[in-house]
Design a protein around this ligand. Structure first.
Ligand SMILES: NC(=O)c1ccc[n+]([C@@H]2O[C@H](COP(=O)([O-])OP(=O)(O)OC[C@H]3O[C@@H](n4cnc5c(N)ncnc54)[C@H](OP(=O)(O)O)[C@@H]3O)[C@@H](O)[C@H]2O)c1
Length: 308
């Protein structure tokens, strides 16, 4: 088995000429629930970096618009950490929130003004001069791709954001936005896990392979459902994962992450546990090579049927 004490996560380029990220990404969505003070957040960041987990995923809306400033306070107190980290943020969702009293309805907004002002607010909250990657959080039925492209170009020219991408986009929505840009969108961040098979079948990951962009997988451990859900698919999948884990002297979460890593589109799993030990464990997946039989056994358990 891999020695996780001395283990450093490998790095991967998201697209041609694109940013280099850690293959395992840390997700900060749940930070507001973790009751961590600034010193503890700083320590959490430092422990991620010791593992080589340098890419940190955020969004303006996380924690009802509070997570980026909680994290930013820690980063602001330790500015030497900034150039060791790749910061990802997202924009385009408007929540009803006491922190955004002008929002009247939960909606999407991909106008020039919203994208630019949201990115600038993220910079302020995160206490940084630049984002490494900015994503449009969800497809907006009213998206004017030319307008989104103008916002991206403006942020890029003013060196506020280095790279751009999307999240939860269908391949045709991705293509539409890409057609207005003369630089590549760096990623599509989508839900993917042993309990969420859609992107393997709906063209999302095929497009990533074709365009040579590495997708990022959110809720890579199914948001924890993998461990506690009584849903029949979760129970079946857990059982199969446990059998494989026992045989490989590994843990269930490692096999679940290894299942994502095995896909040829070069998925970057985003792990959202508050526990550094669990993050360290998940990183051990990089040392597990699943064979096709095991991969399909997990697929069959999750989908509840043999492949046709
Ligand atoms: N683009 C999007 O639309 C989108 C949407 C959702 C999330 N995201 C991103 O994806 C990141 C990851 O999402 P996620 O938090 O749902 O990821 P996840 O890693 O699938 O789930 C994390 C949850 O699983 C629990 N967990 C992990 N290992 C466990 C174990 N061995 N036993 C029991 N429970 C375990 C964690 O609890 P503990 O904390 O107690 O370990 C935590 O509650 C987010 O932080 C965010 O950055 C993006």
């Amino acid at each position: 088995m891999i020695d996780l004490e001395v283990f450093i996560v490998e790095r991967i380029s998201l697209c041609q000429g694109g940013p280099e990220f850690s293959r395992i990404v840390y997700g900060w969505w749940r930070l507001a629930e973790w009751n961590m003070d600034t010193a503890a957040i700083q320590q959490q960041i430092e422990q991620c970096l010791e593992l080589g987990v340098t890419t940190h995923d955020h969004a303006d809306i996380y924690g009802d618009y509070t997570v980026e400033s909680l994290y930013g306070k820690a980063l602001g107190a330790a500015p030497h950490l900034r150039d060791k980290i790749e910061l990802v943020s997202k924009c385009g969702i408007k929540l009803i929130s006491k922190n955004r009293p002008d929002h009247k309805i939960k909606s999407y907004d991909t106008t020039y003004n919203h994208i630019v002002s949201s990115a600038e607010q993220s910079l302020k909250d995160l206490q940084t001069d630049y984002l490494d990657l900015l994503l449009i959080h969800r497809p907006d039925p009213l998206m004017n791709a030319e307008e989104v492209a103008r916002a991206f170009i403006s942020l890029r020219e003013r060196e506020k954001v280095k790279y751009f991408g999307v999240s939860n986009f269908a391949p045709w929505q991705f293509d539409l936005l890409q057609s207005f840009l003369d630089f590549p969108l760096a990623t599509n961040q989508v839900e993917a896990s042993v309990l969420h098979l859609n992107p393997f079948q709906d063209g999302t990951l095929d497009q990533c392979q074709q365009d040579e962009i590495a997708p990022m997988a959110w809720s890579s451990l199914a948001g924890g459902r993998l461990f506690f859900s009584d849903d029949p698919a979760a129970v079946r999948t857990r059982q199969v994962l446990q059998g494989i884990a026992d045989r490989m002297h590994a843990a269930v979460d490692q096999v679940a992450i290894a299942w994502l890593l095995r896909h040829p589109s070069n998925i970057l799993p985003i792990v959202g546990s508050r526990s550094i030990d669990r993050l360290r464990g998940a990183c051990g997946a990089l040392d597990l090579e699943l064979d096709r039989d095991d991969w399909y056994a997990i697929w069959e358990a999750s989908s509840g049927q043999e492949v046709p």
